[in-house]
Design a protein around this ligand. Sequence first.
Ligand code: ATP
Ligand code: MG
Length: 138
Amino acid sequence: MEKTLAIIKPDAVARGLTGDILKRIEAAGLSIRAIRKLHLTRAQAELFYAVHKARPFYADLCKYMTSGPVVVAVLAAEGAIAKWRELMGATDPAKAAPGTIRREFGQNIEANATHGSDAPETAGQEIAFFFSGMEILS
Ligand code: ATP
Ligand code: MG
């Protein structure tokens, strides 16, 4: 079973969308193997998004990701990484397909409601960033 990391971002948590998003996750056949609500520090956000350090939106992104609590979860399914990204839709909510989470709940290209890992290697790193092995159901 493949695993991926999902984050319900601050804008979605603040607007009370956590339940709606978790419902879509479970309805799509993604199993929640670990879950926690937390408020990222600036240092943690900078580390998590270090891959985007050179991008012009990096500072804004880190500020936004620390603007309120997030919900982080480990999702499992056959092809979980692609499945979760398909459910989220394109990065820019305006370009995301109808019915996707970002199209329905995202506000703009930055405040786009959710995060998903993009490959097996990054999924492993991102899951380990938030959860220890014993916190994740196998
Ligand atoms: P995520 O990694 O959050 O799942 P993604 O893989 O679809 O999103 P990335 O290119 O990895 O997109 O960008 C990471 C995040 O940075 C985006 O989800 C969004 O919040 C923000 N972002 C991406 N592009 C822009 C942009 N042009 N302007 C502002 N913020 C952006
Ligand atoms: Mg990404």
